[in-house]
Design a protein around this ligand. Sequence first.
Ligand SMILES: Cc1cc2nc3c(=O)[nH]c(=O)nc-3n(C[C@H](O)[C@H](O)[C@H](O)COP(=O)(O)O)c2cc1C
Length: 305
Amino acid sequence: MTSPDPKSLRSAFGRYMTGVTVVTAQAPGGSLVGFTANSFTSVSLDPPLLLVCPGRHLSSFDVFSEADHFAVNILADGQESVSNTFAADRGDRFGKTKWDADHNGCALISGRVAGFSCKVTQRVDAGDHMVLFGHVTDFDSSDRPGLGYYQGGYFSLGKERQANAPAHDSRLSLGSVILVHDGNVLLTKDNQLPTVQLDDHTGARNALSFYLHSIGLDAHMGPVYSVYDSPNSGTHHVVLRAQVANLPPDCPLKSVPIRSFEEGPARTDIQFLILRRFAQEHRTQSFGLYLGDMEKGEIHKNDKG
Ligand SMILES: Cc1cc2nc3c(=O)[nH]c(=O)nc-3n(C[C@H](O)[C@H](O)[C@H](O)COP(=O)(O)O)c2cc1C
């Protein structure tokens, strides 16, 4: 155990897997405010209570310190851009998002998994945050899957399940891993990510763990980093992140500095593009999730909370 400093404590807190919410309120003049929050917690069923923790750093902190009402929106898988808007965008957040007002005038985001309209019951000062308790006056919920957040990056339960599930169609399915060790990525001798072919019995996570174990690597497998289809070869790729604590002396993989993918000459192959994005995100420890194909896809990027 060590005594907490903010940076390492933040990283330790970040190991708690959460969903993602957007918390909204109406300022006294009628303008809307909102921020992305993963500090949401259900508190009580009877009476129906929940809490969120707005930070003092928020531009909307004063509004949440005074407001009588607020709303909590649980974001759905695929709503990473909504999360990013309410975490980082400095412009008109509500102009970029579809929403409706609840009966208190607080914004309910379209496509949410669940929404809660709340009356403030209690505020507790808590260091650099405030604990804001709300009495749920109305709510709705759907069976959409929620958006996940873990260690500074989004994850999708759907994609994780897909990565764990055996290959289920006739296409060739490949599992690759971005193995990180001490500021380096471990690549094969021909500069490729370690890759295994997936069969119809084993999912990517297990197949990669098995392969890494067979070459003497003890890797801590992380979340899915990228999922894409390659239309030319008809292959389906799943790329995971993983951390390696100790390199055995006879490791068949070579260490390549992560920063070299940002600095070196650009290549156009998909693995290089993935590694370059990884290098950029590694600097800020803020990882997105790429879904798409080789020609076009979407990076579901986030800014850290
Ligand atoms: C996934 C995620 C969770 C976050 N959770 C919280 C939170 O619980 N409380 C908080 O104050 N800020 C949290 N943040 C940071 C705020 O969303 C961010 O600082 C906010 O956009 C700042 O709003 P402002 O630009 O209006 O000041 C989180 C950010 C992300 C990406």
